[in-house]
Design a protein around this ligand. Structure first.
Ligand SMILES: *Cc1c(COP(=O)(O)O)cnc(C)c1O
Length: 391
């Protein structure tokens, strides 16, 4: 019965597309990990502010566990909505500058829940081609008609909007920072379009929460557009160091999600230790803007160095810096050679990226020292030259 599965895996193997788990044996300070007995500089994680190992988050998680236990005991609507959930959601709404907010167990579940709750088979969703997989899955689950526009091609989006018959519910959805290119949504233009065509706009700030904006709330805040975005989605699993997804916006939206988002209703509430960590992370993001300033400044230097050496970093403007290779096998080879040199970076291949656009992606963190990043940059350029990828 599983013979067919083995055959499919063999096909993936032949295309250099098969994935395998690797064990991280130890998480070390300075954004390092030990894998197969070797200490590597970790340029693959999403722990952008270095909070996952922060003693204050650990202490807050422990304190929450001591007071409330390790499990919420039920789903939120049953009896799992602890005072701790209530408090952290209020803190989150203040952080985001919205009337209300709701926390899901993961960002993946937030996207599934919100999109499928708001949209149905009679509705139309306009989605950037590079949006995260969880957005795509939410759209499929909703049964809505999907109009996928090429990455950041707002002319095409506008044509789609013009062609959609009036009277249909329309939702435009976009990542704010794109996870595979490290570039930004054209949010000002998206807001103008959604207002002109009477659509809703949802943005996924997974990679921007804690990183962009005056108070770290994301791209909408950075551009002063909070009020003009209908649905703010994001995660605590990246820069905020732990786990959980959120949706922030008007109270009417959040009340509706409590009633209609199935991934919220039919799943156990996030456990107290995680909520303790989230609450603490939100405080640190507000109190320590120097973390995100350092991260973005280092990312800029890192990217410029790679570009000067002739590498293609696409349109990255953030802490996510891709280096385009193209071919799957060569991309794997590049990542393997970097690993030999002590750098851990992911090879992104289809279907995560379009065919022919395989790349190695570097994710920077405030946990990395300037010395380590300068050294990493030199190593990447050296290896790229050996492979004929850089001038
Ligand atoms: C990581 C990510 C998610 C999913 O968040 P999790 O909390 O890891 O489930 C959703 N959207 C985007 C853009 C992401 O990068």
């Amino acid at each position: 019965m599983f013979e067919q599965l083995a055959q499919e895996l063999a096909v993936l193997e032949a295309q250099a597309l098969r994935r395998r788990l690797q064990v991280v044996e130890e998480v070390l300070s300075g954004g390092r990990v030990r894998v197969a007995g070797r200490v590597l500089l970790n340029l693959s994680a999403n722990d952008y502010l270095g909070l996952a190992q922060d003693p204050r988050l650990i202490a807050a998680a422990q304190a929450a566990a001591s007071r409330w236990g390790v499990g919420a005991g039920a789903s939120r609507l049953v009896v799992g909505h602890l005072a701790l959930h209530e408090a952290v959601e209020a803190q989150l709404a203040t952080f985001k500058g919205t009337e209300s907010a709701v926390i899901f167990s993961t960002g993946y579940m937030a996207n599934l829940g919100v999109i499928s709750a708001l949209m149905g088979p009679k509705d139309v969703i306009f989605s950037d081609k590079l949006n995260h997989a969880s957005i795509m899955d939410g759209i499929k689950l909703s049964g809505a008609t999907l109009q996928r526009f090429p990455h950041r091609d707002l002319d095409r989006l506008e044509k789609f909007l013009q062609k959609t018959p009036g009277g249909k519910k329309r939702l435009i959805v976009s990542d704010s920072v794109f996870s595979v290119d490290g570039d930004l949504a054209l949010l000002t233009d998206l807001v103008n379009l959604k207002e002109r065509y009477g659509a809703w706009l949802m943005i996924d700030e997974a990679h921007a929460t804690g990183v962009l904006g005056e108070r770290g709330a994301g791209l909408a805040q950075a551009l002063g557009l909070t009020e003009r975005v209908d649905i703010h989605m994001g995660t605590f699993s990246k820069a905020l160091g732990s786990l959980g997804g959120y949706v922030a916006g008007e109270r009417r939206l959040i009340d509706y999600l409590h009633n209609r988002a199935r991934s919220f209703i039919y799943s156990t509430a996030l456990p107290p230790p995680v909520l303790g960590a989230i609450g603490q992370a939100l405080e640190i993001v507000l109190k320590e803007p120097e973390r995100r300033a350092y991260l973005l400044q280092e990312a800029e230097g890192f990217r410029l160095g790679l570009k000067k050496a002739g590498l293609d970093t696409l349109r990255s403007e953030t802490q996510i810096v891709p280096v385009l290779v193209g071919d799957n096998g060569r991309t794997l080879d590049f990542a393997a050679r970097l690993k030999d040199q002590g750098l851990m970076a992911v090879a992104l291949r289809p279907p995560t990226v379009p065919p022919g656009k395989a790349r190695v992606r570097f994710s920077l963190s405030a946990a990395h020292s300037p010395e380590d990043l300068a050294q990493a940059r030199q190593t990447i350029i050296k290896v790229a030259r050996q492979m004929g990828l850089a001038s």
